[in-house]
Ligand binder design. Sequence first.
Ligand code: MOS
Length: 683
Amino acid sequence: MELGAPLDRVEGWDKVAGRARYSGEQRVAGVCHAVAVQAEIAHGEVLAVDATAARAVPGVIDVLAYGDAPALADTSDFELAVLQSPRVAYRGQIVAAVVAETLEIARHAQRLVRVTYDELGHDVELTPDHPGLYRPEKISPDDPPDTGEGEETPAEVSVDVTYETPAFHNNPMEPHATLAVWEGDHLTLYDSTQGAAAQRDALAALLGMPAERVRVVAHHVGGGFGSKGVPPRPNSVLAALCARRVGRPVKLAVTRQQMFSITGYRTPTFQRMRIGASKDGRIADIEHHVIEQTSTAREFAEQSGVVTRMMYAARARRTTHRLARLDVPVNSWMRAPGECPGMYALESAMDELAEACGIDPVELRIRNEPERDPDSGNPFSSRRLVECLRLGAERFGWSSRPEPGTRREGRHLVGMGVAAATYPAAARPAQALARVADDGSFTVSIAAADIGTGARTALTQIAADALGVPVARVRVEIGDSALPYGPLAGGSMGNASWGWAVLRACEGLRDGIARYGGAEPGLECRADTSGEIKNQEAYARHSFGAQFAEVRVDVDSGEIRVPRMLGVFAAGRVMNARLARSQFVGGMVMGLGMALTEESRMDREFGDYLNHDLAQYHVPVNADVLGIDAIWLDDPDPHANPLGGKGIGEIGIVGAAAAIGNAVHNATGHRFRRLPISPPSVI
Ligand code: MOS
C-alpha cells in the first residue's frame, strides 16, 4: 500500500487480542504495588505522618513519607520533588505512599495512614481582577508574554467582549501507570509516557543518575493529550522512589480520581478581545488579553494569545498574558495548549464582528487574510485557510444558514456556525536506524511514541515507501529510550520529527543496498536530522482548517445537540487516511465536550476541583456524537519537511468549540461567552 493509504494499525491484532502490553500490564517477578496518599489541605505543611496502623496490616511492606523517603538530586521543580519537603502546595499532592504485596492491601492501608497538617489559608480561585496577577517572563513554549505593534486608530465598528473558559482535565482512556524496576544501579521504568527518551532524561536528572543508567519503555500508550509529556508527572517519580526503597519492582497505577489532581489540566481563562474594523469588515486593530492561573508548585503559562499574533491581517495587534499564582494543582499541556482556548476567544469574537458589520462570517475571514505572517513577517510555508473555508461552506450547505434566532423546528431552535483553526507545524531533531534483518526483511528503530494515534503504523508506511518494499516487509520498533533518539509525541510534532529521520535512514539504506548489489543481512544506515532542521529556511509553518457546526437548541430544557460537524483541514501531506481522519474527528469530539459539557469546578472551601471522575466530568459519549466528519486538502508542504506533513494531532480541537458557540448564537440570537454552554446557562 502506498503512503497515505488507510492501512490498518500494524499492532491492531495485538491490541484486540490482549497481547499488546501497556505499562501497568507488564509482568515481572516479585512485583509489589504502591498507592499514593494525597494531601487533604490545599496549602500548609505536613506535621506528622502516622503509619502505625497501616504498617500493622499483613502484606504491607513499607510506608514512605517526607523525612524517610529516598532523596532526589534535583528538587528545583517542586511538583516533582516528591516527598522531599513537608510543604503542601495543593490539595491532592502526594504526601506519603504505601507499598504492599497486593494492590488491595495497599489501598486498604492507604486509608489507615493518618496525616496531620499545619494548615494555612488557601487561594484557589481565578478571578479577572485577582490582586496577584503578574506578567510571566515568557509563555509556553518560549514566547514573550506581551506583544504590541502598530498604532491604534478610531474604528467604525468595534467589538469589546470577554470570554470565559473553565478548567478542563485530560482524561486519556489509560490512566498513568508506572512499573519501576531497579537492577543494581540501573533503573527501568515501564511508563505511560508520550516520550521515552525525554522521560529518561528527566528522571535521570531528578535521581542524579547518568542517562545511560535509566531506561524508559512505553510500547503502548492509551492516550495522553499532553498529560503524559515532559516534565514527567509526580507518579513516575514516586514509583522510582518506592522501588528503590523496598528493593523490589513496584507498580503504581494512578486512579481516575487521582488524575484530577496529579496529572495536569488546562487552566481556566478570561480572555478579553477587542477588535476595531472598518464597516466592510477589514480589521484595523486587534487586542487579545489573557488571564490564566498557574500553581505555586510550578509555573505554566499557557500561550492562549499567540493565535491573534498570526491569524489575521491588522494594522495594530496587541496581546498580553497575566497569571495568578494559586494554591492549585499544576496545570499543564492539554491538546492544543494555547491555540485551543485562544482560538475559542478569537473565533467567537470574529463571529461577533461579522454580525456587527453585517458580513457573512466566512467572507469576513477571507477579507482579513494576511499576505505574510503578521507576527514574524515571514512568508507562510503554505496557508490554505480560504480554500478550507470555501470547500467547507459548500459541503456543509452554509448558504442555507438562517438569520440569527429565526429557524424553529418544533421544540428546537436551529443554527449554524463557523470558525477557523490553526496549529503550528514544527519538527524536532531525531535519529533513526534502518537495517536489513537476518531474513532479508527490514527493521527500523526510533524512540518514537505511539500514544494511540497510530504513529507506529504511519512510520511503517513511511519506511516501506522510502525502501520501495511492501509494508509487510518492514518492522518498526518504537517506545523504548534505548532506541535511537526520538522526541516527544507532543505539539503535533511527533510524526514530522520521527518520519523525517526514518525517511533519511531508509533512503540511506536503499542507497547502500544499491551500491552493495543486494539486501545483505546486517547492512544498516543511521540518520540524524538535527543539521537539516537547523538549516531550514525561515517560514511561518502552520496547519489551517475550517470548522462548521449545526446545533439544535431545545427551548424547554436548554439542551444543545450537535447533529452535524464538518472539519476541513489543510494540514500537510497525510500519511494514512484512516488514522488522520481519526485524529481530526477525535479532536473535534474533544471540542464538542469543551463547548457543551466539560468543566472542572473549583470548591473554594476545600480548595480543589470538585469533579473527580467521569460521572462528574462529562466527556462526550457516543450518544453525544451524532455526525462528525473531517476532510482535508491534498496539501504536501515542501517547506515543512521532506515528507511534506504538518502534524494533525491537535488542530482538530482548535476552533471546534467556537464553531458550536457561534452556531448557538445563530440558533438563538443570544451570545453565551462562558463555556460550557450547558442547559442551566441557556435557559
Ligand atoms: Mo500535545 S498537548 O503537545 O500532547
